[in-house]
Design a protein around this ligand. Structure first.
Ligand SMILES: Nc1ncnc2c1ncn2[C@@H]1O[C@H](COP(=O)(O)OP(=O)(O)OP(=O)(O)O)[C@@H](O)[C@H]1O
Length: 268
């Protein structure tokens, strides 16, 4: 069942049992205030995501990656096409900039979705403790965001996205603003969390390296208006070691393959 805000083109149902997200012939355009000038952001986008899968989307800047993700989240309307999300819960979203409330503590930030749902204080405490442990934040439970590093703030965002146990996690360049080393640490942590929770993840990144580190499949988009030009299987076994996997020649062969596709993708 789809509990997302109903929109034209978004339907519910379980036509394809294995796929939890199905996008067919999606077209999205933005209009200026007068309605005259149109920016075609994405065109004829097709892909599916199976339950529990980790899918990364890469593509050049402005090709429509965020737009596609926002449509999945129910934050944008599509112009035409169809989006089917087979889930009991609205997708959770994590953005590039850690979206934490500065006046709340780490615990209160993580608990926020539960407080909106009227979950009892005792249950909130239990669930928040689980999530703080999962994301390595237990000792910062009472800290405020200004006392945290960028990586820790992003951990708070991830913990909050997981706290009310939604099936689908949509992540828009969540580690894009972090330094390389913190990024690698958080990639490893995200993989561990994903393996434990079994969420379906759609993750946008500019980094080919990051996509191959995390994903079961990498979807490659063309320049704007973006469309899918490749759907590549990432064959590395799980659990992955984000450092050790770089010794595997297949990692670099795939890196070359994705870069070749990005370089060759035609502009529309
Ligand atoms: N609200 C909006 N109004 C008008 N145009 C928009 C809006 N949002 C996005 N666009 C345009 O749609 C196109 C796709 O934008 P989008 O943010 O989806 O790209 P992206 O692939 O995520 O880019 P980046 O990788 O740089 O974040 C761009 O040309 C952008 O200017």
């Amino acid at each position: 069942m789809n509990v997302a805000v109903p929109q034209e083109g978004r339907t519910s149902g379980s036509a394809e049992a294995a796929s939890v997200i199905e996008v067919r012939n999606l077209v999205k355009a933005f209009y200026d205030a007068s309605g005259d000038r149109i920016t075609l952001a994405a065109t004829d986008v097709n892909f599916t995501v199976r339950r529990g899968e980790f899918v990364c989307i890469v593509g050049p800047s402005g090709c429509g990656k965020t737009t596609v993700l926002r449509i999945l989240a129910g934050l944008e309307q599509l112009l035409s096409g169809e989006v089917r999300i087979d889930s009991m819960t609205q997708p959770a979203m994590v953005f590039q900039e850690a979206s934490v409330f500065p006046w709340l503590t780490v615990s209160q930030n993580v608990a926020f979705p539960l407080s909106l749902k009227g979950v009892s204080a005792q249950k909130q405490r239990e669930r928040v403790a689980e999530l703080l442990a999962l994301t390595g934040l237990t000792e910062f439970a009472d800290a405020h965001p200004h006392q945290l590093s960028g990586g820790m703030k992003q951990r708070v965002s991830v913990a909050r996205a997981l706290v009310d146990d939604r099936d689908i996690l949509l992540m828009d360049e969540p580690f894009g603003a972090l330094d390389e080393q913190t990024r690698l640490t958080l990639q490893q942590e995200l993989l561990r969390i994903w393996e434990r929770t079994g969420k379906t993840v759609v993750f946008i990144t500019h980094s080919v390296d990051e996509a191959l580190t995390l994903a079961d499949r990498v979807l490659v988009m063309s320049p704007r208006p973006g469309t899918m030009v490749a759907d590549l299987l990432v064959p590395f076994e799980r659990p992955r070691d984000v450092v050790e996997m770089r010794r595997d020649k297949r990692f670099w062969d795939l890196t070359y393959e994705v870069w070749r596709l990005l370089a060759a993708a035609p502009e529309h």
